[in-house]
Design a protein around this ligand. Structure first.
Ligand code: HEC
Length: 270
């Protein structure tokens, strides 16, 4: 009894930092295929999400932890080797020095990191009028969309929902809101909001999906949120599959154990 109480208290205490979500509005609910104990990433969705990142977000946001080759790995978007090469080759990276001691640019390869839009934070901020477009590699782990311990225990902390909500959460400022700073947009879902420096990056039909899916704002926001959830935890699918196998093994093992116990004690009085 005491032990349970201590465990519950420890849980409550350890979830403290998760509660520090600020005053931003609770994220919208989204049904993602990868959530829940049997959830799996949807390959087609990850491909679309990468397309959104690549064609829209990557002009401002880096994803420094990603390599182009990750895009072809199992459990992810699963692009073919040729497709990965072609995607990388759209970008240039600095290499060298060559035999004359000069640095040079060459097309990126599968083994390169995603090319970042700005060489450093200062350059990014100076281009963005002082705001910083965060690296998106781990954004779904760095942000919580849901408030409250119970909601978080049942739904998870809502990182992908946070991204979705920021992307679709632009609205007219309420009449009683304080005048916003110049060049900022009203978005109550933004963690440091409600004013955000990022102009609404998505609108219907902004891109044309390779698989023909209609590119509504909501569709693009879900797809890119799914892609970012995968990039933050590329092995989540594998881990769940292993967990499931371990559970199945334990159940079979328990049945065998019970059967052999019955058999051993069959002729013995007890
Ligand atoms: C024109 C540049 C630009 C584009 C394009 C852009 N963003 Fe942003 N984004 C920013 C800036 C700048 C900020 C920081 C805003 C602030 O601090 O007020 C930001 C903030 C964000 C945030 C909130 C970060 C946080 O700290 O919680 C998310 C999430 C985000 N962007 C995702 C995206 C996604 C996904 C895309 C592509 C669909 C995208 N952005 C496209 C410039 C951009």
């Amino acid at each position: 009894m005491i032990k349970t109480a201590v465990t519950i208290m420890a849980l409550a205490l350890s979830s403290g930092p998760l509660l520090a979500a600020g005053k931003s509005k609770e994220a919208k609910e989204v049904e993602f295929s990868f959530e829940g104990p049997f959830g799996k990433f949807d390959k087609a969705q990850l491909q679309r999400g990468f397309q959104v990142y690549n064609e829209v977000c990557s002009s401002c946001h880096a994803m420094e932890l990603m390599y182009y080759r990750n895009l072809g790995e199992p459990g992810g978007p699963g692009f073919s080797e040729e497709a990965v090469k072609a995607i990388a080759a759209e970008y240039e990276v600095e290499d060298g020095p060559d035999n004359d001691g000069e640095m040079f640019f060459r097309p990126a390869r599968a083994s390169d990191h995603f090319v970042k839009p700005f060489p450093n934070k200062q350059a990014a901020m100076s281009a963005m009028g002082g705001a910083y477009p965060v690296d998106l590699s781990l954004i779904t782990k760095a942000r919580t969309g849901y408030h409250g311990t119970f909601k978080q225990l049942s739904e998870g902390v809502g990182g992908p929902e946070y991204v979705y909500s920021v992307l679709t959460g632009y609205q007219d400022a309420p009449a009683d809101a304080a005048e916003g700073p110049d060049g900022k947009y009203y978005n109550p879902y933004f963690v440091a909001g409600p004013w955000i420096s990022m102009a609404p990056p998505l609108m219907d039909d902004l891109i044309e999906y390779a698989d023909g899916t209609p590119a509504t704002t909501s569709q693009m926001a879900q797809d890119v949120a799914a892609f970012l959830a995968w990039s933050a935890e590329p092995k989540a699918g594998e881990r769940k599959a292993t967990g499931l196998r371990v559970m199945i093994f334990l159940i079979i093992f328990a049945i065998l154990l019970y059967a052999s116990y019955k058999r051993l004690w069959r002729n013995i009085d007890h």
